[in-house]
Design a protein around this ligand. Sequence first.
Ligand SMILES: Nc1nc2c(ncn2[C@@H]2O[C@H](COP(=O)(O)OP(=O)(O)OP(=O)(O)O)[C@@H](O)[C@H]2O)c(=O)[nH]1
Length: 357
Amino acid sequence: MPLSSTQSAQPNVGQSLPDAGLHVAAMSGGAVNDPLPDTSYDDIIRLANLLCGTAVAVISLTGQKTPDLVLQLGESLAERVRDLSVWSTAGLVAGQVLMVPDLLAETPPSEAGHGLRLYAAAPLIDSLGTVIGTLCVFDPQPGQLSATQQEGLRLLARQVVALLAAQQKIAHLSESLEHLEILSATDALTGLHNRRAFEQRIRQEFERARRYGAALSFLMLDVDFFKHFNDLHGHQAGDRMLRKVARTLQAQARGQDTLARFGGEEFAVVLPNTDRFGALVLAERYRVAIEALGAADVTVSIGVAMLDASMQHPDDLVSAADLALYRAKGSGRNKVIEAVRDGDSAGSGSDDGFAGG
Ligand SMILES: Nc1nc2c(ncn2[C@@H]2O[C@H](COP(=O)(O)OP(=O)(O)OP(=O)(O)O)[C@@H](O)[C@H]2O)c(=O)[nH]1
C-alpha cells in the first residue's frame, strides 16, 4: 500500500528520468491502516524535494518486501536502496543522513539504467530506537546535500514517524471502539443481543414498518418453571441451560431476525417483514426446538404480536406479546399464543395454543 499516491503516472525510472519535482511515496505492504489522510505523506514528500532540490522522494519502510517501491522505482534501483540501507545500518541508527553523491559510481554499468545519481536517506526511527525505514531523495544529477538540507530531511523523517505512530494509535483506538460497541450490545451470558440493543432495534424496525406499511411481528419467549430448574439443578446449571436455549433459538433464527435476551429467562425476537402467519409458524418452530432438547423437561411459552394500526409505540407491540405470553403461561405453558389484535372482540388464537405447520 503506498503511503501516498504518486503525483503522476508510475515513473519508469529504469528507462527515463522522472520530471523535475516528481515525488513518489512507497512503503512495504499493509503495516498501517488509513485513518490519516494520505495528503500528509504527500506534503512531506513534496517538502523533501523542495528542501533538497531533488527530483524524487520516497518513504520506504523496511522489514518487509517492498513491492510498491519496486513498482515505483524499478527493480534495480529498489534493490539498490535496500542494499544501501543495509550497508549503512550503523549510520542510520545514529540518526545520520546517509548520502551517496553518485550512485552511478557505485553501481555496475549493467544496473545503472535508472538514471538517478544523487541519493540521500534520513532514517525513520521509532520510539524504541529501531530504524523502521527511510525518507530518501534522489536526483538525476550527482551532488551533495548541505548540512541544513540534511538536518531538514532528518526533521521531515521525524514527522513521518510521528504520522505513522498517530496512524497506528488511531487504528488501535478504532479497533477498541469497535470491540466496545459489540460488548455494549451483547448479553454476557448468552452472547445474544442485550436489552439495550434490542430496544434500539425494535425502535428502528417499528418506525420502518410504520413508514413503509411493512409487516412486523414480535415474539416474547419465557422458559417455563425456570425457578424450579434452578432450585433443582443449581444456578450454574441454570446458566448453562439458558445458554443452550439461546443457541437453540439462534439456530432457528433467520438472518433478518433479531434475537435478544430480554432479561432473566426471557427472550425477545423481532421479526421484520413477517406477517401473522409467518410469526406463528416461527414461534412454533422455536417452541418445538426447545422441547426437542429433551433437557430436564425444559420448555418455553411464547407470546406472538403483530404490528397493527392502533400501535403508536414499540412498547405497544411488546406489551401485546407480553400479554399473550401471560395467557400462554396461564393455559398450561409450552404453548404459542397470539396477541389479541386490533378489532378482535375476544382475541384470536385460542388458549389451546397454536398448532403450527
Ligand atoms: N441460572 C439463572 N437463573 C436466572 C437467570 N435470570 C433469571 N433466573 C431465574 O429464573 C427464574 C424465573 O422464575 P419465575 O419468574 O418465578 O418463573 P418460572 O419459574 O420460570 O415460572 P414460569 O415463568 O411461570 O413458568 C428465577 O428463579 C430467576 O432466579 C440467570 O441469568 N441465570
